[in-house]
Design a binder for this molecule. Structure first.
Ligand SMILES: NC(=O)c1ccc[n+]([C@@H]2O[C@H](COP(=O)([O-])OP(=O)(O)OC[C@H]3O[C@@H](n4cnc5c(N)ncnc54)[C@H](OP(=O)(O)O)[C@@H]3O)[C@@H](O)[C@H]2O)c1
Length: 345
């Protein structure tokens, strides 16, 4: 059995990891951390786990890795950063769900996160954990930086187009909507029911921290610097991200050609579903699952392509993708513990 430690197990992504790993036949959860609830049983803190896991929550200490084969970090950005050097001295594999090691350039991190990067020397050691882009590198990685939720939905929406020459690469606009769990469990005014219910609001327009992550990976795919207009919105639902991504066409293109191209590009991907013509992505159909659904349209009137993509931010956008990465790193079938449909009708 693979021994698992989860740092930050009382947050949304930590709890989702516990839920997913409990059904992994090769995994045994041996350590869970929390500062606020240390000493309490995790099932006391989350009654949904009663009868499944009664580990006692312990304070975070990198020595937890001595008893683990894999450590997941589900901590806020900058809190994860300081733990990594000590963790990497040990043989355990490390999967960090925070943004601390996703950007390859420390200056870009500091510019967007308004915080000093304490360990720029380790940035080169992290593999960006998007299997659809870096599967082979993930297989041999010791340290994976798990992607952000918005970047997962936008990068997967655009990846098949970046090398085709079919779109004007300087015309990309990504308009995304997220459920409230995307901001984590900690109390924040904007996430309170009476603040976000009955409304949809744009936020961090042109300044959202996921913008450089999206641009970094699209640039790598295109082979040249890409800039994206990215507008996130908060939607009063618990889970889910829906992105609508637009780009100007540089040639005539039929919807049939576009769908065929996406199907061909993602033909071996276990967790990307390219929808039939006339069908568009919906968060309802991926909720609770590790799928990214992609629905396509060509608009000949405006000469634009429109790509819709939907994920569950806590699964393909975070903990499911982290388990997918763990499976790759340990040589398991990629879909173990993840091979399940969405939970809504
Ligand atoms: N939510 C999403 O959809 C999503 C998607 C992709 C990536 N992420 C990233 O994943 C990470 C976790 O997100 P989340 O949504 O799970 O956050 P969260 O719900 O706020 O949970 C954060 C966890 O970290 C612990 N924690 C907070 N500060 C800590 C510190 N200084 N030292 C040790 N433990 C600390 C908390 O424990 P206690 O309060 O119990 O002590 C809690 O268990 C973040 O970096 C986030 O950006 C989140």
């Amino acid at each position: 059995m693979v021994r698992i430690g989860i740092a930050g197990a009382t947050g949304y992504t930590g709890l989702e990891l516990v839920r997913l790993l409990l059904r992994h036949p090769e995994a045994e959860i041996v350590a869970l951390t929390s500062e606020t609830y240390q000493g309490k049983s995790v099932a006391e803190t989350f009654p949904s786990l009663k009868g499944f896991c009664d580990l006692r929550l312990q304070p975070l200490d990198p020595r937890m890795a001595d008893a683990c084969d894999v450590v997941f970090l589900c901590l806020p950005h900058t809190a994860a950063m300081s733990q990594i050097p000590e963790l990497l001295k040990r043989p355990a594999r490390v999967i960090d769900l925070s943004a601390d090691f996703r950007l390859r350039d420390a200056e870009v991190f500091e510019q967007w996160y308004h915080a000093r990067h304490e360990h720029p020397e380790l940035l080169g050691k992290a593999v960006y954990g998007l299997p659809e882009l870096y599967r082979e590198r993930i297989r041999s990685a010791r340290f994976v930086a798990n992607p952000g939720c918005y970047p997962t939905s936008v990068i997967l929406a655009l990846a098949p187009l970046m090398r085709t020459g079919w779109i004007d690469l300087d015309s990309i606009i990504a308009d995304s909507k997220s459920g409230v769990s995307g901001a984590g469990r900690k109390a924040a005014l904007s996430g309170q029911f009476s603040e976000c219910n009955e409304g949809v609001a744009a936020y961090s327009v042109a300044t959202h921290r996921h913008t450089p992550e999206i641009e970094q990976e699209l640039s790598a795919l295109a082979g040249r610097a890409i800039r994206v207009s990215f507008t996130p919105h908060l939607v009063p639902m618990t889970r889910g991200i829906l992105s609508a991504v637009y780009a100007n066409l540089t040639r005539d293109l039929t919807l049939e050609e576009l769908v065929d191209h996406y199907r061909q590009h993602y033909r071996n991907e276990p967790f990307v579903r390219v929808l039939d013509q006339g069908t568009f992505a919906s968060t309802r159909f991926v909720a609770g699952s590790n799928y990214c659904d992609i629905g396509l349209q060509v608009d000949p009137r405006t000469r634009r392509v429109v790509v819709t993509s939907a994920i569950d931010n806590l699964v393909k956008g975070a903990s499911g993708q982290a388990v997918q990465n763990m499976n790759l790193m340990l040589g398991f079938e990629e879909n173990v513990a993840l091979n399940a449909p969405g939970i809504f009708p």
